[in-house]
Design a binder for this molecule. Structure first.
Ligand code: G6P
Length: 369
């Protein structure tokens, strides 16, 4: 087992550190920034149907559901096609309207999640095309899907998903760009710019991983908190959900992710000097709005931990702690901003003496309802 952990103390940490490499693997042969092309092999046979889809319905559970939520932002923003995202457990039972012109995207690391599998079968009966995004080769979901792409993250052992999430996001980004390219909803220069940035994501994650020591110190300060709030806007809202889920899963601290602007409709009531609030504050487009959300928390004496772009000065003056990550295209920023949240959850859990690779009551693959 020590060998499998490759010198890391836990599988989860190893898998967090593998992200630059596996993201590169997920891109291999599927895109070139220099030549401006994207080609997801699993799409080609059905590319006409996918390009003509009138709607995408994304269904998944857990962390995979969060990458689905992110894909809603990516596909609508880049390819201008309506997207709905559903928990598989709800979708399968609520008699949804599914048309032949819909494409259902099922996302699953294990490819065995019972609810996701059942949701696919229901959608198949209703004549939708099923596009599966799985990590485990030959898994049930991969086999029942009409089309699909593997994430190529390699085996993920830690129950809390990390590298599977980031490779799902890579594939969904490529899918959004590929559809955008064939529909002509993106200019050639914008496409090249995003692809160029995408190619540089692995090294930006590498750079972010060097913040490990700083994040460990932060974890020591907040390890005894009883609640955590994670706030983000736009593409960083699903990242807030994912950051909160990671912390809950492995440290057993209650945590909630919220869209930053929704805070005033509830969570703001919880804020006092005991409440750490993690802000995802890298969005170029909503920067001032995030700053004012931070001010709202500060006015109530909440403890502010802000993930910001390198060189940010405005938020530094407001926050109790800043974690500076390398800047990238806004739509790609979740691939970078999720990393410090994974590390924060990991270190807090370790300091609390928790079993990070096998948290209580959770299973890696949920094959029952
Ligand atoms: C379990 C795992 C999670 C995972 C979820 C969905 O709850 O503990 O890490 O996100 O199932 O799994 P899937 O294999 O379908 O992505």
């Amino acid at each position: 087992e020590a060998i499998e952990k490759g010198g890391f103390e836990h599988f989860m940490l190893k898998e967090i550190y593998e992200q630059p490499k596996v993201i590169e693997d997920s891109f291999r042969g599927r895109m070139s920034a220099t030549d401006g092309w994207i080609k997801l092999g699993g799409v080609s046979e059905f590319s006409t149907k996918i390009d003509k889809a009138e709607r995408f319905i994304i269904t998944a559970c857990g962390t995979s559901y969060h990458s689905g939520l992110l894909a809603e932002y990516l596909i609508e923003e880049l390819a201008r096609v309506p997207v709905e995202v559903e928990y598989a457990s709800e979708f399968r039972y609520r008699n949804p309207i599914i048309n032949e012109t819909d494409v259902v995207i099922a996302i699953s690391q294990s490819g065995e999640t019972a609810d996701t599998l059942a949701a696919i079968e229901m959608a198949k009966e209703r004549q939708a095309l099923i596009y599966g995004i799985c990590n485990v080769i030959g898994s049930s979901i991969a086999r029942v899907s009409h089309a699909g792409s593997y994430t190529h993250a390699g085996p993920e052992i830690g129950v809390a998903s990390t590298k599977a999430f980031s490779t799902q996001v890579s594939i969904l980004t490529l899918l959004a760009l590929q559809i955008a390219q064939s529909k002509g909803t993106i200019s050639t220069s914008k496409l090249r710019q995003i692809l160029y940035e995408l190619e540089h994501i692995p090294e930006k994650i590498e750079e972010t991983l060097q913040l490990d020591g700083q994040i460990r110190e932060l974890a020591a300060i907040y390890k005894d908190a009883t609640n955590f709030l994670y706030l983000g806007r736009g593409v960083n809202f699903p990242v807030a959900l994912e950051g909160a889920l990671k912390l809950k899963e492995i440290s057993y601290i209650h945590a909630e992710g919220y869209p930053a602007a929704e805070m005033k409709h509830g969570p703001i009531a919880l804020i006092d000097e005991e409440m750490p609030v993690v802000f995802l504050a890298t969005n170029q487009s909503a920067y001032e709005k995030i700053v004012s959300n931070i001010q709202e928390v500060k006015a109530r004496k909440g403890k502010i931990i802000a993930i910001v772009n390198k060189g940010d000065t405005q938020i530094r003056n407001l926050a109790d702690h800043v974690i500076e990550v390398p800047e990238t295209e806004e739509v790609l920023s979740p691939l970078v901003t999720v990393v410090p949240l994974q590390l924060l959850a990991y270190h807090i859990a370790i300091l609390r003496g928790c079993n990070v690779d096998q948290p209580r009551n959770l299973a890696k693959s949920v094959t029952v309802e």
